[in-house]
Design a protein around this ligand. Structure first.
Ligand SMILES: *Cc1c(COP(=O)(O)O)cnc(C)c1O
Length: 437
């Protein structure tokens, strides 16, 4: 029986939800709940899809995994195996990548407030490039590089004045964002002049922009590519600046619920490449290397969280609450962004719904809800609930609110499960605590 959801997800002979050829009830029994389960084949498929599309279009490219979506040693190993590059945004992510043996030359460092320590760390590890975000960073990095008598590749992050709000695009005259240099207010040009003026320490290879997240259309990317290419023509003539690399960021949408209708990831790539080529050819520029930075679209749909159902509270005439053994401590997105999810009972994913329930977490917050209206068959305590599409910004935003230990992470592939992040223990929770006396 096939079960049309994500990747290798299926219903096995026992009628249970299966991922990567492994019964999810077995996973819940073996590793406990809550548990994050990743479908490795689906991640590989996505990674290869992006890479192959660039190859077919015959453009130089790098696909960098925006690792804030889910950062762990095993995930970095998997991305390295698939030949991807890596975006990190903190010393912690960089450290994890180095621990995973990720090739340093394929690591890109982002962030709007990289500390001196973090920049030194990036230079020590000789990472591939730093994405410069602001004037303070130019000064800090310049002095550091001069002191060390070294040089590093940099991209300059610009805000192209296009903001994607998932379905519509706002063209902002004033670039009201904490990230990057405004293209329209002249800051980007000043940044480029400063970086080019310090060619002894900066090897300025190109520009970067990121217009938003969970975007379902290609329009915003095309607009951003068009806008930047337009500007590059000006800077080519005025400053003699040729951008070897054009990084258009991430943000490709995924399907959390039936209402989401994302495009195939490859469609974004094709449209971006088409616009860049068109603009380059029309203006006698060489076609830059195109970089993208998918996070959510690489790992989001590949992740499923398994919970155990516990207490039930019926509010007559209003709502029936079903509480699970996790919540905003392992998935803060519903509380933070009003994100929507879908779920099934792992033991009977095809069974018809008999009621609508609200899935509550176990934290002491009324806002600690995972799903407000979930059609579900009648369930009893102890049954396993599988919440879909939790692979991005789930574990990476997990926290110890109410001193709840963070759940473990398991990778499944070809009928085999591998524990890749252990469950936190109570001892872990007090590891950094010191007694008063
Ligand atoms: C968050 C982020 C991404 C990834 O976004 P997704 O929506 O997860 O694809 C890529 N680039 C930058 C600079 C980001 O901040």
């Amino acid at each position: 029986m096939t079960f049309e959801r994500y990747g290798t997800m299926n219903v096995n002979e026992a009628g249970h939800l299966e991922i990567g050829g492994v019964d999810t009830l077995e996973l819940a029994k073996r590793y406990g709940t809550p548990l994050y389960v990743y479908d490795v084949a689906l991640i590989r498929e996505r990674a290869r899809g992006f890479k192959q599309t660039f190859a077919e279009l015959n453009v130089q490219a790098q696909v960098a995994y925006a690792s804030k979506a889910f950062s762990s040693v095993a995930m970095y190993e998997l991305m390295a195996e698939e030949g991807l590059s890596l975006d990190v945004v903190s010393g912690g992510e960089l450290y994890t990548a180095i621990q995973a043996g990720f090739p340093a030359e394929r690591i890109h460092f982002h962030g709007n407030n990289k500390t001196l320590d973090e920049m030194e760390m990036a230079l020590d590890y000789q990472i591939g490039c730093i994405v410069i975000d602001n004037f303070y960073e130019i000064e800090l990095l310049k002095n550091l590089l001069k002191e060390r008598k070294t040089k590093i590749q940099v991209l300059i992050r610009v805000t192209p004045g296009i903001e994607a709000h998932t379905h519509d695009y706002i063209l902002t005259g004033q670039d009201d964002s904490k990230f990057g240099f405004g293209l329209t207010n002249g800051q980007a040009e000043r940044a480029i002049e400063e970086v080019l003026g310090n060619a002894d320490v900066f090897d300025c290879i190109g520009l970067h922009c990121h217009i938003g997240s969970q975007i379902f259309e290609t329009t915003g990317f095309i607009m951003a590519a068009h806008r930047i290419m337009e500007q590059l023509i000006v800077w080519h003539n005025k400053l003699g600046f040729d951008s070897k690399v054009l990084n258009l960021g991430g943000g490709f949408g995924v399907r959390y619920t039936e209402e989401d209708e994302p495009l195939e990831p490859e469609v974004y790539v094709r449209e971006i490449v088409k616009e860049v080529k068109k603009m380059a050819l029309a203006n006698g520029l060489s076609i830059p290397e195109i970089w993208i930075e998918p996070g959510r679209s690489l790992v989001g749909e590949a992740g499923t969280t398994l919970y155990k159902v516990g207490s039930r509270k019926e509010v007559p005439g209003i709502r029936n609450y079903l509480a699970v053994d996790g919540g905003m401590s392992d998935n803060i997105r519903p509380a933070l962004y009003e994100a929507h999810y879908e779920a099934v009972l792992a033991a009977s994913p095809l069974k018809e719904a008999e009621e609508t329930v609200a899935i509550a977490g176990k934290c002491c917050e009324s806002g600690d809800m995972l799903i407000w209206d979930l059609p579900l068959p009648k369930s009893s305590a102890g049954e396993v609930l599988a919440v879909f599409c939790t692979g991005a910004y789930g574990y990476s935003m997990a926290n110890n609110y109410n001193r709840i230990p963070r759940p473990p992470v398991v990778f499944v592939e070809d009928g085999v499960s591998r524990l890749v992040v252990r469950r936190e223990s109570y001892e872990d929770l007090v590891r950094n605590d010191l007694p008063l006396y």
